[in-house]
Design a protein around this ligand. Structure first.
Ligand SMILES: Cc1ncc(COP(=O)(O)O)c(C=O)c1O
Length: 372
């Protein structure tokens, strides 16, 4: 039996009548930009996350850029973030003219190592940017206290973590702003590009709303120059339908993770994901680690089981950053490259059947029994 990495078709088949109805409504209304479907989604998503404000934007990358602009981050400023994320996180720091400062990560959770931050601070540090990688969440309580004491913003890149909580509390209880991507494969995915910023700060939300819409509140009166980065009504309508299922889907992902943990624990040479007891993760990805990564991936592929690598080359080692990363940072972060060489993302989606989970676990076990 082959097992896909994710199966958006299975999800679509479950919700197809609702999606069709929602899309028909938008098409009949002709309100494609800034229509009621967008406002409805923004309200429901903020409520679902336990936050005050949500501003829909064009994608998760823009969500970061607009956030930095709204916080006044620009040339001369520094933003501290992690080396093992998708490039959107750091690209947008550079896009503002600010400098990326690379934090260390925990070799267990692969999340920002908060104890590494202090020596990285300068008078130019403006913000700390933790990434909720794979749907896991770092110790937001300690991070919030650290940032508050030093007058720094926390912007959380939660592109991969819709609904992740720390100590039972919403992410926005601990940060100034959280940014989200609704890229199709995300836990809450649109049928195209979409994103959002979420915050408890109404003034910040208003500023981002205007920045994303040419610096205006009224049609042809522009308070300042902005950008064009709006969530459109078609995507908002899709997201509203899917949001009704997100608790169920996140629970199902945790269920799959639980089954993986039962079946795969105790295998010598295979490390499973680690989450703090305070974390409520949403398992966007299920990432295991082994020195035999490439052999394991090839073994699974032969059996029709798709896997992924998130991400194969950490950002400081990417050609894009060749000129921007110091040799000291490169050697300090060499262990991140070693981690990248050993990680493998197993199939993970809410609709995974018991048979599919068994197939993956059986193949992984067979690999370690016969090859290691
Ligand atoms: C951690 C992280 N940040 C930002 C983004 C960018 O989101 P988008 O693709 O919606 O621009 C992604 C998307 O994959 C991501 O994984």
């Amino acid at each position: 039996m082959s097992v896909p990495f994710l199966d958006l078709g299975a999800q679509y088949r479950l919700i197809q009548p609702e999606i069709s109805r929602a899309l028909d409504e938008v098409l009949e209304s002709h309100a494609f930009i800034k229509g009621p479907a967008v406002a409805d989604f923004e309200q429901s998503y903020a409520d679902w996350l336990g936050a005050k404000e949500c501003v829909g934007v064009a994608n998760g990358t823009d969500a970061l850029f607009l956030t930095f602009k709204a916080l006044g981050i620009g040339p001369g400023d520094q933003v501290i973030t992690v080396p093992n994320t998708f490039i959107a996180t750091t690209e947008m720091i550079s896009a503002t003219g600010a400098q990326i400062v690379w934090a260390d990560i925990s070799p267990d959770t692969y999340l920002m190592d908060i104890s590494s931050l202090e020596p990285l601070l300068t008078e130019r540090t403006k913000a700390i940017l933790p990434v909720l990688l794979y749907g896991n969440i770092p110790d937001m309580e300690t991070l919030a206290a650290f940032a508050k004491e030093r007058g720094l913003y926390i912007v959380a890149d939660a592109a991969q973590a819709q609904g992740a909580k720390w100590n039972g509390r919403s992410l926005t209880d601990y940060c100034d702003i959280a940014t989200y991507s609704f890229y199709p494969g995300k836990n809450l995915g649109a049928y195209g590009d979409a994103g959002a910023v979420v915050t408890n700060d109404s003034r910040l939300a208003e500023r981002i709303r205007m920045l994303a819409n040419h610096g205006r509140k009224e049609k042809y009166i522009h308070q300042f120059e902005g950008y064009s980065s709006r969530l459109d009504s078609v995507q908002a309508a899709v997201l509203s339908v899917k949001l009704r299922y997100l608790d169920e889907w996140n629970d199902a992902r945790r269920g799959v993770a639980g089954r993986y943990a039962e079946e795969l624990s105790g295998i010598d040479g295979l490390a499973l994901p680690i989450c703090s007891p305070e974390a409520l993760p949403v398992y966007h990805l299920y990432v295991v680690r082994t020195g035999e990564r490439d052999h394991l991936a090839a073994f699974l592929k032969e059996r029709g089981i798709q896997t992924g690598i998130h991400y194969p080359l950490p950002l400081p080692f990417q050609p894009a950053y060749e000129e921007k990363v110091s040799p000291e940072d490169c050697s300090r972060l060499e262990y991140v490259r070693r981690i990248s060489d050993e990680i493998l993302s197993l199939p993970m989606f809410p609709e995974m059947t018991q048979e599919q989970i068994n197939e993956v676990c059986g193949a992984v076990r067979a690999f370690f029994t016969h090859h290691c």
